[in-house]
Ligand binder design. Structure first.
Ligand code: C2E
Ligand code: MG
Ligand code: MG
Length: 703
């Protein structure tokens, strides 16, 4: 199908032309490229003796033709009739018939011309054929119209497509772009159409990707992938593109079509996901994954520049206690605020990351000397000196920091991280709120600690625990009124491990919860045995860790231990620490009240070592106050310690509390306590912690 059929303005003026040429004596007709009649005048039909000639009649149906396609010479030579044919544009043909005889010719002669068979076909047949052809033309027209409509719909769809569509020639010169494209890029049509695609490429785009695209589409294949494109205003956006080659029927690629979907939003989501993988949600700091990456980069830079890198492993002191007692929301707030404070202590090029839980890692880069890390450590200590305001609470926190310096302590990121962790544990063991540098000796210690923890995990099931009992003695009568249960662990490999070493480990790992439950049951069982054997004892004291208040069922566990062994609640005292009371958290307060309501006596252990606030003593309906060993140790040598002890006893009595003095080792100390009217004494002088049977014997012996 040729393009020429579409619109020919000449048709519009056909009427005028028709009247004009109908006046001519000469016959005149025009045939199109297909040799179909498109136009003829009146004389043309008259001279051929067929009247009106129908449009669409074919040239070779009208005339008898020579082998070379010319009107037959026989016809040409007829009495003064001359038929001339001229080639016209686009394969068309113009035929002119001139009658030299003119008006002298009679009708009969014209008739004779017809009879002489100037015409190939009869008029009727010509008409019939013309009708068939007209029908064909109509069908063709309808089809063409349909095709045009489809094309129009298609181009409308392309134009209004939510995807950008771009058509370029083989050299990448843009021939078409739809409105979405202009909308997305912000370009004007004249800046795009006729310009090279390169306009849209960004510096970001990797040269290799473009090479890949060209290679793919020039080989006739479709390229699909993500492109980072440039808007007119210089901003970038992501799009997903399908770029296809368009080939002519000959197979030669003439154009490329790019259909591109703006995926900036999706990319954004993806980036967010990636961020989630690399950043901590709570603090927005890089996470464990990213910090390892940053450390690796820092180490590479260190090697290039011959500088040092310091890794600080930071743990928030007593975070678990705050989290367990104040609740997770408060814990989260503390972590967020800690993160913010840490960030303020370092330079841009350094990284602060949340390693997990209450652990943070700081990587300091480009250091000239290890001393530079100490400056940061001091800054951190100062930053944590100010109290944290969390909900209505004012919380004091500090950090334990482990430091390792590369390349001095190694240059493998994992090893550095582990070494800093080891040093951090040493800082914790050394009393917290302190920084420790990594050394080989520390490494060894950490190894021991880890192996201890793994053994502690199996201590309960392997039955490695037992309880010792230390007598509680009434100062005035000197009689044993009860005992404090003290946990002992004997491991086949480690031997006897002192509580000061394994209890903190059990608390950190949470193992203290099941272990503590075992202690409660065992102590009550032993008390039952003693009472059954006729011993007269007022109560048994059991230590509970603040971690045991976190699970919420301490009161239930205690009630079970009592009822299992047929003990009344006043026969059990629970020793708690001052810090537990200080946190003043609803959950803890509730459990304490539950215990008090049950009739269980609460003792504050190690009184005087912590914050020693007096107001809570009354508030929590405590029963006993245990003055810490450090005071008793000095009562006979230090006037201050003596005065303090005296004051504590007097104050406790005014609050109707019983006072127990811990760590009584000498008769002088005991005499002093007697003088200040202290109620109960406990210490090596009066009896060391001993196994259950031995304790029973000791009690029995005094009666
Ligand atoms: P604590 O509750 O203050 O227990 C008293 C500690 O002082 C015991 O140490 C005891 O052996 C020691 N002691 C008693 N009299 C004297 C003395 O005259 N001189 C000296 N120097 N020390 C004396 P132990 O048994 O090593 O326990 C240490 C700590 O471990 C306990 O301190 C307690 O806080 C904790 N603990 C022990 N058993 C348990 C338990 O079952 N659960 C929990 N959560 N903690 C426990
Ligand atoms: Mg105790
Ligand atoms: Mg104590």
């Amino acid at each position: 199908m040729s393009q020429d059929h579409t619109s020919t303005p000449i048709w519009q003026n056909l009427g005028l032309i028709q009247t004009g040429v109908d006046r001519l004596d000469q016959g005149f007709a025009v045939f199109d490229g297909d040799r179909a009649l498109v136009f003829s005048n009146r004389a043309f039909g008259a001279l051929l003796g067929i009247g009106a000639v129908v449009r669409g009649v074919l040239f070779h149906d009208l005339f008898r033709l020579d082998v070379d396609g010319q009107v037959s010479g026989v016809l040409q030579e007829r009495d003064g009739i001359e038929i001339d044919q001229y080639p016209a544009e686009k394969g068309g043909l113009v035929v002119v018939i001139t009658d030299r005889a003119g008006e002298q010719r009679r009708d009969g002669e014209i008739q004779a011309l017809r009879e002489h068979n100037a015409l190939r076909l009869a008029h009727d047949e010509l008409e019939r054929r013309a009708e068939v052809r007209a029908q064909e033309l109509r069908t063709e027209m309808i089809e063409r119209q349909r095709a045009e409509e489809t094309l129009q719909k298609l181009s409308l769809a392309v134009e209004q497509s939510p995807a950008s569509v771009l058509i370029t020639d083989v050299d990448g010169i843009i021939e078409y772009a739809n409105s979405k494209f202009f909308e997305v890029t912000g370009y004007d049509s004249d800046k795009v159409i006729g310009h090279n695609l390169k306009l849209l490429q960004t510096d970001y785009a990797i040269q290799e990707q473009y090479q890949d695209i060209w290679k793919t589409i020039l080989s006739g294949q479709v390229w699909r992938g993500e492109l980072h494109s440039l808007r007119k205003d210089g901003t970038r956006y992501w799009e997903f593109a399908s770029i296809s080659p368009i080939a002519a029927p000959s197979g030669i690629i003439t154009h490329f079509v790019a259909v591109k979907e703006d995926i900036t939003v999706r990319k954004h989501h993806e980036e967010q996901l990636l961020r989630q993988a690399h950043y901590d949600q709570l603090t927005n700091l890089p996470n464990r994954l990213l910090i390892l990456d940053r450390l690796t980069q820092a180490l590479a830079r260190m090697r290039r520049e011959n500088t040092l890198v310091a890794v600080l492993f930071i743990d928030i002191d007593h975070f678990k206690r705050i989290n367990d007692t104040l609740g997770h929301d408060a814990g989260d707030q503390l972590l967020r605020e800690s993160a913010r404070r840490l960030e303020h202590c370092v330079r841009e090029e350094d990284t602060v990351a949340r390693f997990g839980g209450d652990e943070f890692v700081v990587v300091l880069t480009g250091l000239r000397s290890p001393l530079q890390s100490e400056v940061v450590i001091e800054k951190i200590a100062a930053a944590f000196a100010a109290p944290f305001r969390i909900e209505e609470h004012e919380i004091f926190s500090s950090t334990s920091i482990g430091v390792t310096v590369a390349p001095l302590d190694g240059d493998d990121p994992h090893i550095l991280m582990r070494n800093a962790d080891v040093a951090m544990y040493q800082a914790k063991a050394d009393g917290r709120n302190i920084a420790r540098f990594f050394t080989q000796a520390l490494n060894e210690k950490a190894r021991v600690r880890m192996s201890m923890e793994s053994r502690l995990r199996h201590a309960l099931e392997h039955d490695e625990f037992h309880l010792c009992y230390q007598p509680l003695v009434a100062v005035t009568s000197g009689r044993i009124i009860g005992a404090e249960a003290l946990l002992r662990w004997i491991n086949p490999d480690l031997g006897e491990v002192p509580p000061v070493r394994f209890i903190p480990l059990a608390e950190e790992s949470g193992l203290i919860v099941p272990i503590g439950e075992w202690v409660l049951h065992q102590a009550c069982r032993d008390m039952r045995v003693w009472l059954d054997s006729g011993l007269c004892l007022s109560h048994i004291a059991v230590n509970v860790s603040s971690r045991q208040f976190a699970t919420g069922d301490l009161a239930k566990i205690t009630a079970k231990a009592l009822s299992h062994n047929g003990l009344s609640s006043d026969q059990l005292h629970l020793e708690i620490t001052e810090s537990l009371l200080l946190d003043d958290v609803p959950r803890v307060v509730n459990i304490l009240r539950e215990l008090v309501d049950m009739g269980i006596g609460l003792s504050v252990d190690d009184f005087g070592t912590g914050y020693s606030s007096l107001s809570y003593l009354r508030r929590f309906a405590l029963k006993t106050l245990k003055i810490d060993r450090s005071f008793i140790r000095d009562v006979t040598t230090s006037a201050d310690a003596a005065a303090l002890t005296e004051a504590i006893v007097a104050m406790a009595h005014r609050l109707a509390l019983t006072v127990v003095a811990e760590g009584v080792e000498s008769t002088e100390q005991l005499a002093f306590l007697d003088a200040c009217a202290c109620d109960v004494a406990q210490g090596f002088l009066l009896g060391r912690p001993m196994v259950s049977k031995m304790f029973a014997t000791t009690v029995r012996r005094q009666t």
